[in-house]
Structure formats: C-alpha cells, structure tokens
Design a protein around this ligand. Sequence first.
Ligand SMILES: Nc1ncnc2c1ncn2[C@@H]1O[C@H](COP(=O)(O)OP(=O)(O)OP(=O)(O)O)[C@@H](O)[C@H]1O
Ligand SMILES: [Mg+2]
Length: 451
Amino acid sequence: MTDRTNINNLKQRVLIVDDELEYCLSMKDLFEESGFSCSHSTDPDMVLDLLKSCEIDIILLDLKMPRMSGIDLLKKIRVYNSRIPVIIVSGHIDIETTVQAMQIGAMNVLKKPVRFSSMLEEISCILKPHSEVSDTLLPLVSDSPIICSHKGMLDIIYSLKKVAETNAPVLITGESGTGKELIADEIHRLSQRSDKKFVKLNCASLPESLLESELFGHKKGAFTGADKDRPGRFNTAHKGSMFLDEMGDMSLMIQAKLLRVLQDSQVTALGADEPKSVDVRIITATNKNLQQMMSDGTFREDLYYRLSVVHFELPPLRERKGDILLLAEAFREQACREYGRQIRGFDSEVENLLLSHLWPGNIRELKNCVQRSVIFCENDLISIEDLPAQYKDIPSRGWSDEYERAIDNINKELIEEALRKSQGKKTMAAELLNMDRKTLYNKMKKLNIRD
Ligand SMILES: Nc1ncnc2c1ncn2[C@@H]1O[C@H](COP(=O)(O)OP(=O)(O)OP(=O)(O)O)[C@@H](O)[C@H]1O
Ligand SMILES: [Mg+2]
C-alpha cells in the first residue's frame, strides 16, 4: 500500500473512469490544479487492478462504456470495496439507471457537462466527514470480508478495529443470520490475539452438565465417566479469544460460574481444589432478547453488564435494503468461483424480488438463495425460474408507493429542467433526456407537466 508519510500521498486521490481519453486528461489537469492527485482509466477492466495497486479516495464513473457498463463496474467495485465513494458522471442519465446506481451505493449521479466548481464542492462534501477517521479506517476497508453500505453497519465496522485492540468483552445481538459470528471473527482477526486460539462454543448445543465441564474442564473422577483430567475451553483459549454463541440459552448455574471467571480471571475445573488463572477475551452472541430475559429473571443482570461492555446490535436485512443487491452480487461472484459457473448477474425481475422479500433468515437466507440459483441457472443471467421454489411463489411487490413517488419527483425535475433548457422545444428536450418524443409526451401527461 501507499506510504502515507510521502507528502504526495497526503493529497486526496480521484480516479476518473471514462472511455473518452480527452475528457479524462482535461479533468485530470483540473483536479491536479486544485490540489488533488488524479488517476484515470479508459478501460473498465483495469479498474479493479488500479484499486488494488493504489489508494483511491473517490471514483468518478462514466455510465456508457464499451464492454462494461458503469453500473456493472459499480457492482464489481462494490464487491471489492463496499465503502469507496463513487459518483456517476454521464451524458446519458435515465431514471432507471439513476435509481439503480443509487441502490448499488453511488453517492450521486451527475449529468455531463458538469461545472467543475460544482463537482469540487460535491467531492469536498463527500470526503470531508470521513477525513479525520480515514487513516484508521483504510487498512480495514480493503480486506474486510464484511459487505455493507448501511449506515448503522458501517458505524459498527468502523469501530471494530478500535474495539478489537482492547480486551473488552463484546456482546453481539441480532436476528438469526445477521452476521454475528462474522463480526466476532473480525474482532479476533483484528486483535493482537489473532495468532492465538479463537475457541468457539455454542451454548445451546450441550446439556448443562456437559457444557459446564466443556467450559471449565474437569479432574479425573469428578463425575461418573470422568476417567481422566480434561482441560476446559477456557484453558484452551488462554491468551486468545472465546466466542460463546447462543448465550441466551445458558442456564443460571453456568451464568453464575461464568460471572466468576469474568470477575477474577480464574477458572476452577470440576473436582479441582485450586483455581487457575486464564487470560481470555470473551465475545458473546445471541438472538434472544436479553432485556426481556433479565426482567423474567432468566438472565443475570450483573453478567449482562460484564458481557456488554461493548454491545453491537446488528440490524435485520429488511432494514438495510441498500445492502441486499450488494450482498447478492458478492454471493453470486463467490458461488460462480466455487461452482465454476459464469453467470453475469440477476435480471430486473429477480432484483425487484430480492429487494421486496423480507428475508426472515437474513443474510444466511440470501446467501443460500443466491448459491442455489447459481447452481440451477440455465443461462448467463439469473431469472425467476432459477430461484428456489419458495421464492417463485412470492409475487414481486415491485416498488413501494414511496419509491414510486420519489422516482416520479426525480423524473419531473429532470423533464422540467430539460424543457427550460430547450425553451419548451420538446424534440430538443427529449434529446437532452435521451428519450424519444412519444415517451416524453407520455411522461409529461402522467406527471402533470404542462407545456
Ligand atoms: N455483511 C456481510 N457480508 C458478507 N457476508 C455476510 C455478512 N453478514 C453475514 N454474512 C454471511 O451470512 C452467513 C450468516 O452469518 P453468521 O453466521 O455470522 O450469522 P449469525 O448472526 O451468527 O446467525 P445465527 O444467529 O443463526 O447464528 C455467513 O455465511 C456469513 O459469512
Ligand atoms: Mg451464529
């Protein structure tokens, strides 16, 4: 990666992706005169390599390029790095593409020609809020396996590195399949304990007595069948981290023993006289409502406060709609690699269905759905027929009313602006909007726009 002490690298770097070399070069001059570093590429296929080889702060992306559309390239960029800001700059903006681009996480869509001063303003606005934190975030950004663009999730990811560096216990809550274990893995991976053991135990998978000896260990003869000494998982995890999954299923008796470990950093094996010191970082997860359990008396309040020094609540997928297509795209690429298939994407009917489904099984369900679709896909684009049976029966709910209204508003603004620019001449306005006259008439009628 780039050497950040080099004065040149303190400048923010813009990447311009446009098939017109002239445009790239003139923009490059303007950006460099304004104090930015600037790279350009006229070949969409080269962009990922460029992103891998140098640190880019923002990308300006054309839509219409030979071989690969800006939208397809944006999807690829998002799979590689879900956070780098991208602005679409194109001469041909239509509503569907604008909406699609925003859904895949474009920060804005600008119509060429754009005044350079407005572009600079836009870029400074986007880059400013992150500039203070970007130094600590950047190392995380490119190699994190966590894909997201949702604000709440990004906040969590941005804080992971800081949290990982401490030994504070972390509690991760959220519905099934929201990525709790993935976050736990990241905390261990980013911590200084990463070269030590990361022991995982599912508290719901064992009956109380077995869980007890599994966690704390036992001495020979401690109970019938204990024919030799056995170290517990806490001993195995010494100097490393431990992930206790389904924490809400732990009995009150084991909760009490665990509390003692957290208080004294000491573990007493079953049947042992002396406790042993352990140094273990504890990460716990549950999809149960611990607040409710505390008021019901089934979860100890004192333990809760010990475990939740840092608490991450992961939002369900239905509340992070912006992540759905990003994740689907990443899982498609992953599955294609794994199963040796060449499938370039999802048709728009499938995309609408993915966006409108409520995903009760969250990201795990989406991953499963995409993997199976890749296996059964007959062509190079996943269509409704390729989805597992349960999804084929869901009628696509299409856009919500709110969404339709937002699209209508954008449409109306664009058309009115084109009519103003063309001084009311519809042929010219239609040309500016990249649509035929008839479509323009129909849209004007639908949107109540007067001549
Ligand atoms: N943000 C994400 N980016 C990429 N993959 C993700 C993301 N979140 C979850 N996944 C994937 O989704 C699957 C489910 O995630 P995980 O096992 O971490 O969920 P969980 O919350 O622990 O579920 P459960 O409550 O059922 O144990 C895993 O394959 C994981 O890699
Ligand atoms: Mg889990």
